[in-house]
Design a protein around this ligand. Structure first.
Ligand code: ZN
Length: 143
């Protein structure tokens, strides 16, 4: 099994609808996104010969993900989120169909990379230097 990793960082604010406590306020993080692409075998020929993915393509895909969230306020697309979005219309607000936790964002980013046809197998999203969520659809349990 070959695995390659690439990372990108972005600054993002989020609002956790329905959350009680310090994080109920709109606040931001420096996110660090680490993505793993894996393949049992390397490409046999062509441009990708002896590679899992082309790092240039991977870097571009991660840059696009970073730009989608960088310096944005990410809010869940529900009744409260729509109201906040209207009040903050002059700001860069991104509505997402989920509560923007590290867990749901990691899952969303995984699927965005998969839709680009990349061999993504693991997304690790650091919300702080010491807290991260790892999302994978591989069954790595109990083997
Ligand atoms: Zn937070």
């Amino acid at each position: 099994m070959f695995k390659i990793r690439s990372e990108v960082q972005f600054d993002m604010a989020h609002y956790l609808s329905g959350y009680q406590g310090k994080c109920a306020n709109i606040h931001g993080h420096r996110y660090r996104l680490v993505v793993t692409f894996s393949s049992e075998d390397l490409h046999a020929d062509g441009q990708l010969r002896d590679m899992v993915e082309d790092f240039t393509v991977v870097k571009k895909a991660l840059k696009e993900i970073g730009e989608a969230f960088d310096h944005k306020l990410v809010i869940e697309d529900n009744e409260e989120g729509s109201r906040l979005c209207r009040e903050l219309e002059e700001y860069a607000v991104v509505l997402v169909p989920y509560r923007p936790t590290a867990e749901r964002m990691a899952q969303d980013i995984y699927h965005r990379l998969q839709e680009k046809g990349l061999s993504v197998t693991e997304v690790e999203l650091f919300e702080t230097p010491t807290n991260s969520c790892i999302y994978s659809e591989e069954d790595t349990c109990c083997q």
